[in-house]
Design a binder for this molecule. Structure first.
Ligand code: ADP
Ligand code: MG
Length: 232
């Protein structure tokens, strides 16, 4: 039985899950994500931000806007209710400019995670091999240097361990110039959970956790994007 999140989206004729839905889905699979809630109005965003505790992050929630920061849809480090109110207005205005037709669910609200090493995990489907997992360091490492490793699903511990260690940027995970090292076992566990999850969820076409913030005592995904297979 696929998750309710998947069946709801498909019933509404959508193959793109929002950040909020994607995080809920991977969290059900035991993958650590930062607690994220949906605010449908400015007033709700403000009252929810007080409950979350400052600083907070606000992001556009729309199945029609996939690259949120490119569309002016991400506001980081908001320190108080006034900043949250202003950010809400700016995000909505930017979303309308980026895509006037976009269906807007509201904004997502989450704590500002403490700095860590940014890594990414993803799943895509290969015509020949089926689901393949990807691991890399976030930002320029993946976008410019294409420093990533791939393994065919299902992964065993040895695959997870090797793919993390074979990227060129691996030394950055071991702690570089005073940077806190990442806990490699935690990252391996996440890859294995992700492998299990995509293996038993064929409805998923693509999945990205970008970025995951990695620390010496854990890791947490702060963004998630899931694309479903379109129904025949
Ligand atoms: P998108 O990838 O759609 O542009 P993200 O949700 O990944 O949007 O946000 C853009 C960037 O903002 C991330 O790569 C990350 O560096 C930072 N970021 C996002 N959410 C958080 C958070 N909760 N805490 C700290 N930094 C965040
Ligand atoms: Mg992202």
């Amino acid at each position: 039985m696929p998750s309710k999140i998947i069946s709801n989206a498909l019933r509404n004729g959508r193959t793109v899950l929002t950040e909020v839905e994607s995080k809920q889905l991977v969290s059900e699979a035991g993958i650590p994500v930062i607690e994220t809630t949906l605010a449908k109005t400015k007033a709700q965003a403000i009252s929810m931000s007080k409950e979350t505790g400052f600083p907070v992050v606000l992001k556009i929630v729309s199945p029609d806007i996939i690259h949120k920061s490119d569309s002016g849809g991400v506001k980081l480090g908001l320190e108080n209710a006034t900043q949250v109110g202003r950010a809400y207005g700016e995000i909505m205005a930017a979303a309308k400019r980026a895509n006037p037709e976009a269906a807007i669910h509201g904004v997502s609200l989450q704590e500002m995670a403490k700095p860590g090493v940014e890594v990414i995990m993803g799943m895509s489907k290969d015509d020949q091999f089926g689901p393949v997992l990807m691991f890399g360091l976030g930002g320029v490492f993946v976008e410019v240097l294409k420093d990533v490793a791939f393994r065919i699903v299902p992964l065993v511990r040895r695959d997870a361990s090797q793919m993390i260690r074979e990227i060129k940027g691996y030394p950055l995970l071991e702690g570089y110039r005073g940077q806190e090292p990442a806990n490699i076992t935690v990252l391996e566990d996440m890859l294995l959970k992700l492998s299990d999850f995509v293996d038993k969820t064929p409805e998923i076409k693509e999945l990205d956790l970008n970025p995951i913030l990695a620390y010496s005592n854990g890791a947490v995904a702060v963004d998630a994007r899931v694309i479903l297979e379109s129904q025949a």
